[in-house]
Design a protein around this ligand. Structure first.
Ligand code: SAM
Ligand code: SF4
Length: 345
């Protein structure tokens, strides 16, 4: 693996503001925060049916600890946050965390990734607290299939309630994440694409990534985004567009005159790591420079001992790898991850 050379800059620029630049010249201003490793679904590509050995309560960062870490990193150049998990909405009173994060000087944007099953009752409170936009996982538009993929009955109906609530309270943009699985949901690609025509929805097709718990599915049912786009292009002409505001690695297209867009996220077929702008904070307080691999820095215990975090953040920035090393059909490149829910996806 190739590591960053020690050119990390975390110094005042632009009249006092600071920025975090890794050894490959990438500005890091975005943190994905996993607030819990638990989830109310068991998506076939993500988590084993029996769940995982969950973290204990004392191992998980409190909301105040998360806000403190964000405060330190905001002072170094962090600007944007995304709350994820596991399923972030299974953690009690998530809006209280948003209140704390929205008050951190320097934080300009807070987003949420959710399966939306629990979204409807808290959507307004989250919006009022400062979540501006949401990504919603939705892998099938057919109730029986959506439930089978999530391994939970009644899933699609509740996701749709969550989606309606997301519109009603004004989250913007709303992105729909669809994990592509040959033989499972590939015949719905045109239907998903059509969603973007008449509604301001941004539908993103994601290539499934291998982890310890999905090796067979991620190898046998893999479908590339190129294939998905070819399928969409048979429906109508697609033109490249800049896409909605956001921090992601997606490339966007749209149908002529459509209100929304169609995006592709291609971790397997086209590596996008040169544009990486992020780090990750796990529920138990590890700062990870990459979704995959074994590199991570424990912040939680240092924080609880009252030690300075900035040197630890700088060190993590310094060792941020140039790119992920995922290999189809193998868990090697994922660094032993059982499921993406462990690091926030
Ligand atoms: N529970 C929330 C949700 O589903 O949106 C947030 C956490 S989930 C781990 C974040 C994203 O990762 C979701 O869009 C999910 O579809 C995606 N994901 C999970 N496992 C994946 C895998 N093996 N390959 C590709 N995407 C995956
Ligand atoms: Fe839960 Fe999200 Fe993983 Fe599905 S993708 S099991 S909703 S964490």
């Amino acid at each position: 693996m190739s590591y960053a050379s020690p050119r990390v800059r975390s110094a005042p620029v632009n009249g006092g503001a600071r920025d975090m630049v890794d050894g490959f010249g990438r500005r890091i201003e975005y943190l994905r925060i996993s607030v819990t490793d638990k989830c109310n679904l068991r998506c076939v590509y993500c988590m084993p049916e029996e769940g995982l050995p969950w973290l204990r309560r004392g191992e998980i960062l409190t909301y105040e600890e998360i806000a403190e870490i964000v405060g330190v990193m905001a002072g170094m150049g962090l600007r944007r946050l995304r709350l994820t998990g596991g399923e972030p909405l299974v953690r009690k009173d998530l809006p209280r965390l948003v209140d704390l994060l929205a008050a951190v000087p320097g934080i300009e944007d807070i987003a949420l990734s959710t399966n939306a099953v629990l979204l409807a009752p808290v959507a307004k409170r989250l919006r009022d607290a400062g979540v501006s936009r949401v990504n919603i996982s939705l892998d099938s538009l057919r109730p029986d299939r959506a439930d089978a993929i999530a391994r939970r009955p009644g899933t699609l109906a509740r996701i749709m309630e969550g989606l309606d609530a997301a519109h009603a309270v004004g989250f913007d943009p709303i992105k729909i994440n669809v994990v592509l699985m040959r033989g499972e949901n590939d015949d719905e690609i045109p239907d998903f694409a059509e969603l973007s025509r008449t509604r301001p929805l941004h539908v993103r097709f994601i290539e499934v990534m291998p982890t310890e718990s999905n090796l067979e599915l991620s190898a046998s049912n893999f479908l590339s985004c190129d294939e998905a786009l070819a399928c969409v292009a048979e429906v109508d002409a697609l033109e490249p567009v800049s896409g909605p505001p956001g921090n992601g690695p997606a490339t966007y297209f749209s149908f002529p005159g459509a209100q929304g867009t169609i995006g592709v996220i291609t971790p397997m077929s086209h590596n996008f790591c040169s544009r990486c702008n992020r780090m990750r904070l796990t529920a138990d307080g590890h700062l990870r420079p990459c979704l995959f691999g074994t590199i991570q820095t424990p912040l939680r215990d240092a924080l609880r001992r009252g030690e300075a975090l900035e040197p630890l953040v700088n060190e993590t920035l310094r060792i941020k790898p140039e790119k992920h090393l995922l290999v189809q059909g193998s868990s090697e490149g994922s660094g032993g991850l059982i499921a993406l829910s462990q690091t926030g996806g």
